[in-house]
Structures are given as C-alpha cells and as structure tokens.
Design a protein around this ligand. Structure first.
Ligand SMILES: Nc1ncnc2c1ncn2[C@@H]1O[C@H](COP(=O)(O)OP(=O)(O)O)[C@@H](O)[C@H]1O
Ligand SMILES: [Mg+2]
Length: 273
C-alpha cells in the first residue's frame, strides 16, 4: 500500500452499496439552450475500478464529468456519488462531497507563481477550515508533510519549492495529480489529462494516474482521445456519441474496430440529420 493510502482516515461505516458502487448515474440529461448535450446517460462504476471515457470532440465528455459534481448543473436524472444524492445537496454538502472527489483537468489549473508544495496544499482546502493551508509557510506541519508525501508519490519531492510556472507540462500535471491525492479522494475524474502533453509525457502521466488509483482503491474515470490509453489503463471503456452512451464494455471484450468505428464520423447519424 502506498504512503497516501496509508494516510487515509477511516470513514464512518458507509452502506455496502455506496461502498461497492461509488458512482451511479441514471437518466442524466443536459441541454445548453436548444442543444441537447447529454441524453439519458445511465452508468455505474464500481469501487476502485478505472473507466475510460471516449468520444470525439463535442460528444459531451467534459459536460458529463462536470455534471457529476455539478460544476455544470444537469437538467434532470439522478447522480449518486459516494452515497450522496448529488442533485439534492445544498452548497455546504456539495462542497464536502467535492472535497472527496479529485478533478484533474486537461490544463492543470495550478496557481503559476506558487510553489509545487503550496499548490498541492490547496488540495486540503475542502478538508481544513482554515485558509492557512493556502500558504506553505503557515500550513500545519502535518499537512506540509502530507503534501510532500503526495509530491513524492508523483516523483516530484525534489521540486517542492519550485514555482509551477518553472515546471514542464508533464511535471505540472504531476503536481495537479498530487493536489488531487492530497484530497484523499475516493473518486478521481480526469478530463483528458494528457491532451496537452507530448506522447512520452502523456504515457508516463497515464501510467502514474492509473497506478495511483489502483494502489489507493480510487475509482477513476478518465476521458481520452488516445484509444491505446483507453485500452491499456482502464478495465472498461464507455463511449459517448453526440451525448448518447453508445459503448460500454469491459476492455477484455473490446475490439479495435469497436473503438475505431466509434471515432469515425457516423454515416448513419449524418444521413438521418
Ligand atoms: N457552457 C456551455 N454553453 C453552451 N454550450 C456548451 C457549453 N459547454 C459545452 N457546450 C457544448 O456542449 C457540447 C459538448 O461539449 P463537451 O462536453 O465539452 O464535449 P467534449 O468534452 O466531448 O469535447 C459541445 O457542442 C459544446 O460546444
Ligand atoms: Mg472535453
């Protein structure tokens, strides 16, 4: 077990279903104005499993991931995350839930002039009431130690005091992953986490993300345009086409043509337009 896993505090006896199925989405719908973006998306993810989300640009991947924690407000349907009925949570409860869900974006979303360690400390915001965690020098010793352990997990302990605008794209994404780990997340949602990296850095980041999720028993959904990443780093691949979940298979049953056809423009749907 990794250092981060061993730091996780015991949770108060959750019910078996929420423990075994931390993500349950049923009939999720979202439109922007007249444009229907997600149509009746239904999906469950079991604890500790890694799911790849594929689909061409504009198919609704980011919208789906953001709807899960209401960064985008869905129109209807239901979402259960870690046993919480997400759509009925008030602000405070939603904030608490978000603190248990790590989000890794395509662009890392770090504060550029602050050090790697301070950025990782930001991951503790939802857990610690004091704004002192924002500043490395003021954060309590135990949080600084944990942030350093998270940086160590992503291979960046030696870069703790370096401002993130002096790190490479791959290193910055590692800091973003360390920040997500700092949350001691039970779920990580990663939206095209390697899209802005070169192929080698992308491979390393995917490998790291999948390993950390596995070692820490974290449920992971990552969206990707790399079909080989989808196959290699997940146990199951789901695919959106124009907001409809048209593919959902364990990747042991997946054929290359499943994925290829999925990314080809669909003649059938074009003809029907
Ligand atoms: N805030 C928004 N307002 C209006 N349309 C949006 C908004 N966010 C996304 N969309 C539209 O929703 C569709 C799906 O977008 P997105 O979820 O980002 O797709 P993907 O991540 O698969 O590329 C696109 O057509 C996009 O233009
Ligand atoms: Mg997207």
């Amino acid at each position: 077990m990794s250092a981060v896993a061993s730091m996780q505090s015991p949770t108060s006896s959750p019910e078996p279903t929420q423990k075994s199925t931390p993500i349950i989405i049923d009939g999720l719908r979202k439109s922007f104005g007249p444009n229907v973006i997600l149509t009746d998306v239904t999906l469950s993810v079991t604890a500790g499993s890694a799911v790849a989300l594929v689909g061409s640009n504009g198919s609704g991947k980011s919208t789906l991931l953001r709807c899960l924690v209401r960064l985008i407000e869905p129109d209807s349907g239901s979402i259960s995350l870690l046993g919480d009925d997400v759509l009925s949570l008030n602000r405070a409860a939603l904030k608490r839930l978000r603190s248990r869900v790590g989000f890794v974006f395509q662009k890392h979303n770090l504060v550029p002039r602050l050090s790697a360690l301070t950025n990782v400390l930001h991951g503790a915001q939802g857990k610690v009431p004091s704004p002192r965690v924002w500043f490395q020098g003021l954060a309590p010793q135990h949080l600084r130690e944990r942030a350093l352990a998270c940086l160590n997990e992503v291979g960046l302990a030696d870069f703790a005091s370096r401002p993130v605008d002096r790190l490479s794209g791959g290193q910055s994404q590692r800091v973003a992953i360390a920040r997500a780990l700092m949350q001691e997340p039970e779920i990580i949602l990663a939206d095209e986490p390697v899209a802005s990296l070169d192929p080698e850095a992308g491979e390393q980041i995917m490998e790291l993300l999948a390993r950390l999720a596995r070692d820490n028993g974290i449920s992971l959904i990552f969206s990707t345009h790399h079909l080989e990443h989808a196959i290699e780093y997940s146990e199951r691949v789901i695919g959106l086409r124009k907001g409809v979940l048209e593919l959902d298979k364990p990747n042991t049953e997946l054929t290359t043509s499943d994925l290829r056809s999925f990314y080809e423009p669909s003649r059938v749907s074009n003809e029907s337009e």
